[in-house]
Design a protein around this ligand. Structure first.
Ligand SMILES: Cc1cc2nc3c(=O)[nH]c(=O)nc-3n(C[C@H](O)[C@H](O)[C@H](O)COP(=O)(O)OP(=O)(O)OC[C@H]3O[C@@H](n4cnc5c(N)ncnc54)[C@H](O)[C@@H]3O)c2cc1C
Ligand SMILES: C[S@@+](CC[C@H](N)C(=O)[O-])C[C@H]1O[C@@H](n2cnc3c(N)ncnc32)[C@H](O)[C@@H]1O
Length: 644
């Protein structure tokens, strides 16, 4: 993982924020906001192009202190549709430290701008990857891509109508202006997108022309002779441009399954202005997989920051800090179970160089102090890790969504179908009775067992698990989650300890599973197994559904039969999109990380319905795509799935 360091910030003799890394000012000395307005906002003709628009999307290289965001928002606020939404996606290789961001706002005379004040309160930790912030009462969806432009651009999926190139001067900082960077910018440009930058360097002009932009030189700002305005108008045949946002006949959706995933997604869609019908075969929410009383965030950390680590971190960071009803902010200590494991953990942290607010190493003494319980080893402290009191969480989400949500229990769905030419999916029971219909259906049925278009390329496995209520007298003051071979969630003077992965299917609590949980917890605490005592309450049994790669299935369902029929064509050109069932989404196979994956899935699905810039880097998106198994099977025809 590339390190992300806050850059040193200085102020030059005029008081302008100045980068010692690049030897350049963040904004023109001739006027910070004036430059943003003249060069970027007017350079891209925002006031007239955005007039009455419902949505707009800016791609920027070089977020800096956020003045261009402010300029774009001013244009959007004044000229776009009052109910419109601005997407602003900005790449920043060296995010400023929070205190420097504030100082730079002060120096640029914008410290009292409400938008920038809000930005500063939500300023993300310096973790590589994408950070999503909803600002200005939902009118701005800001995606900050922390990392080098050359590395981040290929990982983005969006359709920009406006592009700001605002890295430091090309002579001092070629990394932001190289031809591969400009080609990637072109990949993300909508036809006729406008681009602006303050430079007119010949190499930049040349690179833009090579990438398909029609370039115009105009009078420069603040003493500069010239600058560039450009329009994306390639004179050759290009790959498919990024698709426009989907249009739905109505903002009505059916969510099948009222476990944690279904309820989280239903509530998120309601926030986005959808009317939702939520169906479940059970009469109560969270009756099946989500019946565990407490669910902890299981954030994965790995020395090479692998896919699971990045995905689980993305999920944790996507949680809305203002919507934590039913969640307990306990934090978690990932215990090292030996001195060697502790030094491996320290090595991992030194390599990854996370901000300590995200993760830091604690010695045994420090860990014991934080956990209020004597711990035999140190570990990694993840303060932002939470625990859901499942019922309270679900009740809070339903309460929040109540005005636009219809809940119907006792509805076993047997099929979801859409006749050719029809706009709505019909969700029907076993007798063919239509239970609900809508242009969008999200299957949160955990298992893919019902007779919907079954995903043959992505089979799921059911695994029994059991958590146990256990006590260990020395743990009575425990106040964080501790995890190692087992994890313990403190609650009400006891701890819920989990969890087993069993090779049988018994629905009743199994005493052997309780013993297994106690043994593993004792090993974590460095104590004798019989010092861990079973509490009065019985263990809680549940079944998780997992894919072979242990990652969830989140996204629009692939049409396997059509894909097989077009296999040759799809294999010849892997940029062609796979055929999908438009409007039919699934969120399945959440395995042991239902809490994190539900949050992630809600953002991914809400974004997909809205045609938003992807909230995940492309490889992460592909890793959870329900079509990943199909893509693999198409390539390896020996694994051919049967078509219907
Ligand atoms: C012992 C154990 C401990 C766990 N601990 C944790 C933890 O600490 N942290 C964590 O994040 N995760 C944990 N999990 C995993 C977590 O519980 C699941 O990932 C999560 O609850 C799955 O939620 P879901 O909504 O996808 O599935 P479910 O809760 O199973 O919901 C699916 C819903 O779909 C409904 N349904 C299915 N088919 C149909 C149909 N045909 N028609 C209508 N309705 C239908 C079902 O009735 C059900 O209500 C644990 C799991 C177990 C077993
Ligand atoms: C001139 S400042 C941007 C000012 C900013 N647009 C604003 O409105 O405040 C340039 C920014 O580009 C960033 N940058 C420089 N090279 C980069 C690269 N290769 N990839 C991403 N960001 C880069 C710098 O860290 C710096 O924050």
């Amino acid at each position: 993982m590339p390190r992300l360091e806050h850059p040193p910030l200085r102020f030059d003799t005029n008081g302008a924020p100045f980068s010692t890394l690049f030897g350049d000012v963040y904004r023109s000395r001739a006027g910070a906001m004036a430059e943003s307005e003249a060069v970027f906002s007017h350079g891209c003709r925002l006031p007239e192009r955005w007039s009455g628009k419902q949505r707009a999307c800016v791609l920027e290289i070089g977020f800096g202190v956020g003045l261009n965001l402010l300029a774009a928002y001013r244009a959007f606020h004044l000229h776009a549709h009052p109910a419109g939404r601005l997407d602003f996606v900005s790449i920043e290789a060296h995010p400023l430290a929070h205190s420097d961001l504030l100082a730079a706002h002060e120096a640029c005379g914008v410290a009292n701008e409400p938008l920038l004040r809000e930005l500063a309160t939500r300023w993300p930790l310096a973790l590589p990857g994408l950070h999503r912030l909803t600002l200005a009462g939902g009118r701005i969806r800001l995606t900050l891509a922390f990392g080098e432009a050359a590395r981040m651009l290929p990982r983005l999926a969006l359709r920009a109508d406006t592009i700001f190139l605002d890295g430091f001067a090309p002579q001092r900082n070629p990394s932001a202006w190289e031809e591969p960077v400009l080609r990637q910018v072109a990949r993300l440009a909508a036809p006729d997108a406008r681009l602006a930058t303050y430079t007119a360097a010949a190499a930049v002009r040349h690179g833009l022309v090579q990438a398909g932009f029609a370039v115009e030189r105009v009078e420069g700002f603040g003493g500069k002779r010239e600058r560039i305005n450009a329009r994306y108008a390639p004179r050759w045949k290009t790959w498919l441009p990024p698709p426009p946002p989907p249009r739905w006949e109505s903002r009505q959706a059916v969510v099948v399954g009222a476990g944690l995933a279904g309820v989280t997604i239903a509530a998120r869609l309601v926030q986005e202005g959808w009317q939702v019908v939520l169906l479940d075969r059970q009469h109560l929410h969270a009756s099946e997989g989500s019946s565990q009383p407490l669910l902890a965030d299981h954030v994965h950390l790995s020395p090479d920051d692998n896919l699971l680590a990045r995905l689980s971190r993305a999920a944790l960071l996507l949680r809305d800090p203002n919507q934590t009803a039913g969640l307990l902010g306990l934090g978690r200590i990932a215990l090292a179970n030996s001195a060697e494991a502790f030094s491996r953990q320290q090595h991992t942290l030194a390599t990854l160089d996370y901000p300590t607010q995200f993760a830091c190493a604690l010695t045994a003494a420090e860990a014991s102090d934080v956990a209020r319980c004597s711990l035999p080893t140190g570990g990694i402290w993840i303060p932002g890790s939470m625990v859901a009191q499942t019922n309270l969480r679900i009740a809070a989400l339903l309460q929040e969504a109540r005005d636009a949500l219809i809940w119907r229990g006792g509805c076993e769905v047997a099929s979801v179908q859409r006749a050719p030419g029809e706009l709505n999916w019909r969700v029907a029971d076993g007798r063919g009775q239509v239970l609900a219909q809508a242009p969008v259906v999200v299957l949160c049925d955990a298992s893919a067992r019902m007779a919907l278009p079954p995903l043959q390329s992505m089979p799921l496995r059911r695994v029994r698990g059991q958590t146990s209520w256990l006590r260990y007298p020395l743990m009575s003051g425990l106040r964080t989650v501790v995890g190692g071979a087992a994890y313990a969630v403190p609650f009400d003077g006891q701890a819920l300890v989990g969890s087993t992965y069993d090779d049988h299917d018994a629905a009743e609590p199994d005493p052997e599973s309780d013993r297994s949980n106690a043994r593993r917890l004792a090993a974590c605490l460095g104590t004798a197994p019989d010092s861990v005592i079973a509490a009065a309450r019985p263990g809680v049994v549940g079944f998780r559904w997992t894919a072979a790669d242990r990652l969830p299935l989140v996204g629009e369902m692939p049409d396997e039969a059509s894909a097989w029929a077009r296999r040759e064509e799809l294999l010849k050109n892997d940029r062609l999109p796979l055929p999908r069932f438009t409007g039919l989404f699934c969120v399945r196979g959440l395995g042991s990380r239902g809490l994190l994956w539900s949050t992630l899935a809600a953002e991914v699905i809400a974004g997909a319905l809205d045609g938003a810039p992807s909230v995940l880097e492309r490889d992460l998106h592909e890793a959870i795509d329900p079509a990943r198994g199909l893509r693999h099977a198409l390539r390896h025809s020996g694994l051919r799935v049967t078509t219907r």
